[in-house]
Design a protein around this ligand. Structure first.
Ligand code: F6P
Length: 328
């Protein structure tokens, strides 16, 4: 292993995700294992610009593996998008003697990291942490599995009241640009229809499907809608549209919102985060930079960060068909 890197900074940025703490713990402990220093950078790139740093020892990350959110806090930082902002951040990093960075976040985090790497020739390694699972180069991002379980649990509860009142529920889940949560949680929760950003199901088809449901004796239904669904109507507009066109339906809306980002991470996310932290630190120590760690076919692999950001993960279209068949 290269002797050059003696101090690694770890940062969480963008939307938080359950399992980020497990990833921080893994980075810190892998550094301790290899007897190098680890510095926590607080409040994402905002804290990097302001020098909000704290040295983390193996003991600083006791009892966080089970905690949601991120102990390092997070932010979406506009100043880091400017050259001046990044210069300030670089000065702080140099002052603190940090030799490389582990970036835990999604595509915004990696885009910032890549520019920083290019401008200052500074080693960076990414760990995908976002509930959206929209990053290319990994089958799973940290937090996605927990979010799916949260959504399914919520929809199970909505089903109880929907079936008691014979109602149709539109349930909005997160995913501005990606339908992974909607599609997988929709199938897992037995939704009638699933509306996602990647496929335009069409309003006619939705109405047809709901009509058919009634005719075949279903008394209640659940339609899962991703925030950015391709039809272009939000859940409230969909409710109005269905109430106007299918008077036999009594419709309610439930927006699950940020509760999807919270909670104790699932075992899957904790294991994934622990593995990714080890791989990220050891890759940096082996001289790798500008890559993202991913889990591909259950193996820890590196993908160039640029590709991870640009390519986007594809939805599993087979699930659309499974969902169709299940809603018969
Ligand atoms: O990127 C994760 C995500 O949770 C998206 O699914 C969602 O659209 C967005 O963040 C919400 O961001 P914010 O917390 O800034 O409103």
């Amino acid at each position: 292993m290269s002797k050059k890197i003696k101090k690694i900074g770890v940062i969480t940025s963008g939307g938080d995700a359950p399992g980020m703490n497990a990833a921080i713990r893994s980075v810190v402990r892998t550094c301790a294992f290899h007897t190098i220093k680890c510095v926590g950078i607080y409040r994402g790139y905002e804290g990097m610009i302001e020098g909000d740093f704290k040295v983390l020892s193996a003991r600083s990350v006791n009892n966080i593996i089970n905690k949601g959110g991120t102990i390092l806090k997070s932010a979406r930082c506009d100043e880091f998008r400017t050259k001046e902002g990044r210069q300030k951040a670089h000065l702080q990093i140099k002052k603190a003697g940090i030799d490389a960075l582990v970036l835990i976040g999604g595509d915004g985090t990696f885009t910032g990291g890549m520019i920083f790497n290019k401008e200052f020739n500074f080693p960076v390694l990414g760990i995908p942490g976002t509930i959206d699972n929209d990053i290319y180069g990994t089958n799973y991002t940290i937090g996605y599995d927990t979010a799916l379980n949260t959504v399914v649990e919520c929809i199970d509860k909505i089903r109880d009241t929907a079936s008691s009142h014979k109602r149709l529920f539109f349930v909005e889940v997160m995913g501005r640009d990606a339908g992974h949560i909607a599609l997988n949680a929709g199938v897992g929760a037995g939704a009638e229809e699933i509306l996602i950003p990647e496929e335009d199901l069409g309003l006619d088809r939705l109405l047809e499907s709901l009509k058919r449901s009634k005719q075949t004796g279903k008394s209640s239904s659940i339609v899962v809608v991703a925030e950015g669904d391709k039809i272009g109507k939000n859940v409230f507009e969909l409710r109005d549209y269905v109430e106007e066109n299918l008077v036999e339906y009594e419709v309610r809306v439930s927006v699950l919102g940020h509760m999807q980002r919270g909670g104790s991470p699932s075992c899957f996310d904790r294991v994934l985060a622990s593995r990714m932290g080890v791989k990220a630190v050891e890759s940096l120590l082996n001289g790798k930079s500008n890559y993202m760690v991913g889990s591909i076919n259950n193996k820890m692999e590196l993908t160039p960060m640029g590709k991870a950001v640009k390519a986007h993960s594809k939805i599993n279209k087979e699930l659309l068909r499974v969902s169709d068949i299940m809603s018969t």
